[in-house]
Design a protein around this ligand. Structure first.
Ligand SMILES: Nc1ncnc2c1ncn2[C@@H]1O[C@H](COP(=O)(O)OP(=O)(O)O)[C@@H](O)[C@H]1O
Ligand SMILES: [Mg+2]
Length: 408
């Protein structure tokens, strides 16, 4: 008799997927335990877990967003270090939920993006690539759980941006929307998913779209940290500092002229583009564009207010270009930035268009877990050979199943 099976039949069959996300904010690891074993194979969030990175670790990650000394050694030592941290977080999560590795079908590991070059910028559009670290093989071996990883690669091999990958998952959450829905994920970089009302989609008048609008919290975090080096919290909590400043309209207009902001979708970007040096360069060039009489250094607090307005304006304009009414749901860390949410609401109520702005919580979904849940779904899609990229979103030549399997 096989005692391990018969003594504990409930534990005999793996049931859950774990989605693992570490975003460009480099704040920490998000884990979502997801159950698809229901009649509609709907993603049901069972539990979640968050582990913040230490300041030193966050610095190791962010220092790889731009080129620097000894990059290969630094990147690939970190590839293993992150996998170890991921594995520890998973082990703590399983313990919290009173589960074991045997309960998990697979981990969907997004990893940590340290470079995203969808347009092969430095090579005139050739040899585009994207690099996520947090070694899936090491994670599988350490955790004794199958891992599906490297989700972005095949879409890129097919000529796509490799991003964003979440719109297909968002589409499943709002299957029969009678009005246009926008999901706005405000992470380090902000991305939107446009889900046209179902009737329009069926009539092929409109299709699902998704792209990075530009910076979300990235520049806000960088500028805040530069001016508050002593702060334990590495971001402008609730946008309190930004709320004390005044938007510099000239600077805002200047930022809105940025090449990436002006580009048409499909498009995606990362922290290798929107970073502190980019901002400092913009401040210098804006200043030198002004006539001698006008020029004056903008106060740091006003720059913060302007950066917040920049994130809001880019999201607003991109939504505005796609529809005149609908529902907007916010998620990601930026949805906790009260000043940002208020300004976004204000922008939409003062325009002639009709949009209702809410957080994902309004539809009973935890907006902080949505991305990790999406990667659990991508692992599920791999196991069931489902198409998981969206050519209309990424620009890829064809639909395909994303991901690569790593066995323990
Ligand atoms: N209470 C808050 N007030 C303001 N900003 C916040 C708050 N909580 C989180 N954030 C912002 O959200 C970021 C993390 O968001 P997250 O969705 O995890 O982004 P990413 O996917 O890039 O890791 C933080 O770096 C911070 O900028
Ligand atoms: Mg994060």
């Amino acid at each position: 008799m096989n005692s391990s099976v018969s003594s504990n039949p409930a534990k005999a069959v793996a049931r859950y997927y774990i989605g693992l996300m570490s975003g460009t904010s480099a704040d920490g690891i998000d884990l979502a335990l997801v159950d698809f074993a229901n009649p509609d194979n709907k993603a049901q969030l069972v539990a979640s877990y968050y582990q913040a990175y230490s300041e030193a670790l966050a610095l190791k990650i962010t220092s790889l967003y731009q080129s620097g000394d000894n990059e290969i050694d630094r990147a690939f030592h970190l590839d293993i270090e992150l996998a170890q941290l991921f594995s520890q977080a998973i082990s703590a999560f399983l313990q919290q939920e009173n589960l074991t590795a045997a309960d998990i079908i697979a981990i969907g590991n997004h990893g940590q993006t340290i470079r995203h070059r969808p347009c092969g910028e430095e090579l005139n559009g050739k040899n585009a690539f994207t690099l996520q670290i947090g070694c899936s093989q090491t994670l599988a071996t350490l955790s004794s759980i199958r891992v599906i990883g490297q989700f972005r690669r095949k879409d890129m091999a097919l000529g796509g941006q490799g991003a964003p990958l979440v719109p297909i998952f968002h589409q499943q959450l709002f299957k029969s929307n009678a009005v246009s829905v926008f999901i706005v994920n405000i992470g380090g970089i902000a991305n939107i998913t446009f889900l046209p009302e179902v009737a329009e989609e069926i009539a092929q008048k409109n299709k699902v779209l998704g792209f990075d609008t530009g910076p979300g919290n990235a520049l806000l975090d960088d500028w805040f940290s530069k001016h508050h080096p002593e702060s334990d919290v590495k971001f402008d909590k609730s946008g309190a500092w930004a709320a004390k400043g005044k938007v510099d309209e000239g600077l805002l207009t200047w930022l809105m002229h940025d090449q990436y902001i002006q580009e048409k979708a499909p498009k995606s970007t990362g922290r290798e583009y929107f970073h502190l040096s980019w901002l400092e360069q913009q401040l210098v060039s804006y200043d030198s564009s002004l006539s001698q009489e006008v020029t004056q250094t903008i106060k740091p607090v006003d720059v913060q207010a302007t950066l917040l307005a920049f994130t809001v304006q880019t999201i607003h304009d991109d939504i505005h270009a796609l529809a005149t009414q609908g529902k907007i749901y916010l998620c990601g860390g930026g949805a906790h930035n009260i000043a940002l949410v208020n300004l976004l609401k204000q922008k939409f109520t003062s325009s002639i268009t009709k949009f209702a702005v809410n957080t994902m919580q309004a539809v009973g979904i935890d907006g902080d877990q949505l991305e990790a849940m999406a990667f659990a779904w991508l692992a599920y899609a791999f196991d069931h050979s489902l198409n998981s990229n969206m050519p209309a979103v990424t620009g890829a030549r064809a639909s395909c199943t994303l991901g690569t399997e790593f066995l323990p």
